[in-house]
Design a binder for this molecule. Sequence first.
Ligand SMILES: N[C@@H](CCC(=O)N[C@@H](CS)C(=O)NCC(=O)O)C(=O)O
Length: 217
Amino acid sequence: MRFCPFAQRTRLVLAHKNIPHETVNVHLRPVEAKPNWFLERNPLGLVPVLEKDGKIVYESVVCNEYLEAMYPEKKLLPSDPFELAQQKMLQERLGKMTGPAMKYRMSGGSEETFSELQNFMKLPEEVLGKQGNFFAGDNVGMIDYNLWPFFERVETYTVIFNREILPKDKFPRLRAYIERMMSLPAVKECYTTPEQMLEFGKSSEGGNPNYDLGLKE
Ligand SMILES: N[C@@H](CCC(=O)N[C@@H](CS)C(=O)NCC(=O)O)C(=O)O
């Protein structure tokens, strides 16, 4: 599903590692119309799902770790066990941005939820001060690709509500980080414009998401 942040995580890793693959998109609504071939591969009925040589892997984090193990070139995870644990813990903490981000979106951009979201974003801003260029350190890592879909969506809210969430004066490191990420080929390849995201969101609210939006015939 082309607008799913979790599927995007895995698409980012496939793109980063230049792994040849075929993408099969799936309509997730109506729920009861999910195709059998999909439910047979993932009984949870969630994207992403990977299939290689008849082996099935689902859950975005599991998919990405599987890809890292199967395609070790252009490494995304540290080999030091403690460093790995630290990055995973950080990903859990920063991933919590989805809570305040969703609240902001659902409230229609209320003042209270705007402050809550901005307050949360002080955490990644502070972390970048210690980590350097990326949350993984000097180079882009798995944590960056796993979190990126959420940052991309927070940027979308700036367009939807016409109010900057991460202004340069308050969030200089995050702004530079977002630019750095946006310059990566994998991020460019998997990017959805705020306008498309907005249009997809509107179609979803009506209960009939336009999963094919932007696709050429
Ligand atoms: N924990 C899962 C979450 C995946 C997920 O929630 N995917 C959504 C699309 S963004 C989905 O497939 N939803 C199915 C549905 O809404 O029925 C992962 O990380 O892969």
